[in-house]
Every structure is written in C-alpha cells, then in structure tokens.
Design a binder for this molecule. Structure first.
Ligand SMILES: [Zn+2]
Ligand SMILES: [Zn+2]
Length: 147
C-alpha cells in the first residue's frame, strides 16, 4: 500500500525532473509510513543512523523540494517547529495539549464556511484550517497513574 504510494510519489518527482537522491527517497519513505506528523528534527533523528553525513539542513531542503512538488504538506503552529505529512487527502487534526501529538480524523470538509466567509468579507478564499485540541488517551492514562 505505502510501497505503491512511494512509487507514485517517485514518479511525480521524476516527471518534474527532480533527482531522487538516497536521502530524498528515505525522507519520503519515512513520511509515508509515519502517522505522527514529524518535525524536520524528528525525521533527522530517525534517519541519521542510516545517513551519518546528512544534516538537518539537508532534511529541510528535501522537505522543501517535496512540498514544492505537492507531495508533502507543511503544518505550522505558531512558534513551534513545522510538522510535515504526506497525507494530502482532506482531513482535520486533533492536537494533544500535553504531548503535542497530532492525530488525523475525517469529517466532511466545511465548504459552507468558506463560501460564507467569502460572501460576507469579499475575500477570495483559498483554504481553511481547523484544529481540535484536547488530551490524548495516553496522556489521560499517565495522569491517572500519577495520582
Ligand atoms: Zn498526549
Ligand atoms: Zn494529518
């Protein structure tokens, strides 16, 4: 399944004339198999064993190339580091306020909100973001253990 996605992503890059370096391949593979919405630092830590010469800057550079080719989405949350994901289908995020974990969930896209916003403000709407916040199950359990 993700093998097929990886192959499709690689084909997209090839068609755009992007060189597939081993690091680029590894970053893409890692993101496709990761459900945690990693930061560039997370990706670096996961891959540094495999590529001792790779720097965080290389990871950032690869992420930028992948983003520019529409394969990776960058999620920015205020001043904390960007997080990255390969799941480009429409979905929303729920974020744990205790550990910062981001989990995907599906809900019909709120197109009416965009339409209404456009109508009442005169803006040309490009997209919207919605995040739900709370405490994840693991953190809830940890709290119970502590007390
Ligand atoms: Zn948590
Ligand atoms: Zn996501």
């Amino acid at each position: 399944m993700s093998e097929e996605k990886l192959q499709r992503a690689i084909n997209t890059l090839k068609e755009s004339g992007v060189r597939i370096t081993p690091q680029r391949h590894a970053v893409l593979d890692y993101l496709l198999n990761s459900m945690i919405h990693p930061t560039a630092d997370d990706i670096y830590k996961a891959l540094e064993g495999k590529f001792p010469n790779m720097s965080v800057a290389t990871v950032y550079n690869n992420l930028r190339v992948l983003r520019e080719n529409g394969l990776v989405r960058e999620l920015t949350y205020g001043d904390s580091s960007s997080r990255f994901e390969c799941n480009l289908s429409d979905h929303y995020h729920i974020i744990c306020e205790s550990c910062g974990k981001i989990v995907d969930f599906h809900y019909p896209s709120l197109d009416e909100v965009e339409a209404l916003a456009q109508r009442v403000t005169g803006f040309t709407v490009s997209h919207h973001r919605m995040e739900v916040y709370g405490i994840c199950e693991e953190c809830q359990q940890q709290k119970t253990v502590e007390h």
